[in-house]
Ligand binder design. Structure first.
Ligand SMILES: NC(=O)c1ccc[n+]([C@@H]2O[C@H](COP(=O)([O-])OP(=O)(O)OC[C@H]3O[C@@H](n4cnc5c(N)ncnc54)[C@H](OP(=O)(O)O)[C@@H]3O)[C@@H](O)[C@H]2O)c1
Length: 239
């Protein structure tokens, strides 16, 4: 039997990049995957086809009402939800002296607020049912301070503390864990990314598949593993 045989798992922001890699690995492991996207409809359909014609759900995660609609639709389609991977996020580089309220809200609305309300929607259903597994994608930036990403670092540090607090709140039926990726580039890395790769003890960048492996670990672990953060970063957070 495949490790996730028949389990219903929603992956937010899974049209492209890391989210796509996670969705593909979950489908290979036997999960019934729900593909969520914000604006990338065509890429989402392609990923869904690669996941054995998985269903596709659109929602703007900035709106709590859209998050509620997304989970109602997933429940309506599958009749249950066993796992949630909070992958969708935003990233920007802005001098903290120049950041505006809109810049701040843009990052926090998706990275932190949406992650919380997705956890809430999932946990309500999992606790009323057979339990479940939640994995939040945080970041090396939630562990290490980056001067020109202070707003992003704060949002991802928030995801890490949310993970720990919700692990206590939702135990024992639901586990909440986090994977903190290091440098996972897509396309040609710019100079800053090249510098980070050079500073990585593993001496290379990571891949979406390596992040997906860590996500699978938390989705298949017993409820004795909860509130944990696993950095998958080639050792960069240890420097
Ligand atoms: N790549 C890295 O090096 C790296 C490093 C550290 C941490 N991470 C974390 O790992 C996760 C995946 O990284 P990634 O680089 O693959 O992410 P990404 O491409 O920046 O974003 C993933 C998806 O999030 C969705 N999204 C953003 N805002 C949304 C909104 N308002 N409503 C709905 N969906 C929204 C987008 O979906 P649509 O395209 O459909 O709009 C996007 O494709 C993120 O949590 C990221 O912070 C990545």
């Amino acid at each position: 039997m495949a490790p996730l045989d028949g389990r219903v798992i929603l992956v937010t922001g899974s049209a492209k990049r890391i989210g796509r890699g996670i969705a593909l690995r979950l489908a290979q492991a036997g999960a019934r995957v729900a593909i969520h996207y914000g604006g990338s409809a065509e890429a989402a359909r392609t990923t869904a086809a690669e996941c054995g014609n998985a269903p596709v759900f659109q929602a703007n995660l900035e709106q709590v009402s859209e998050i509620a609609r997304l989970f109602a639709q997933v429940e309506q389609h599958f009749g249950r939800i066993d796992g949630l991977v909070n992958n969708a996020a935003r990233f920007s580089r802005i001098d903290p002296l120049k950041i505006t309220e809109a810049d701040w809200d843009s990052i926090h609305d998706v990275n932190l607020k949406a992650t919380f309300f997705c956890c809430q929607q999932a946990a309500r259903r999992m606790i009323a049912g057979d339990g479940g597994r939640i994995v939040n994608l945080s970041s090396l930036g939630g562990l290490r301070p980056w001067a020109h990403h202070a707003h992003y670092c704060a949002s991802k540090a928030g995801v890490i503390m949310l993970t720990r607090a919700l692990a206590k709140a939702f135990a024992p039926k639901v586990t909440v864990n986090s994977v903190a990726p290091g440098v996972i580039p897509f396309g040609d890395p710019d100079e800053r990314i090249e510098r980070l790769i050079c500073a990585t003890p593993a001496q290379r960048a990571g891949t979406a598949e390596e992040i997906a492996d860590a996500v699978i670990y938390f989705l298949t672990a017993t409820n004795f593993v909860t509130g944990q953060v696993l950095a998958v970063d080639g050792g960069l957070s240890q420097r």
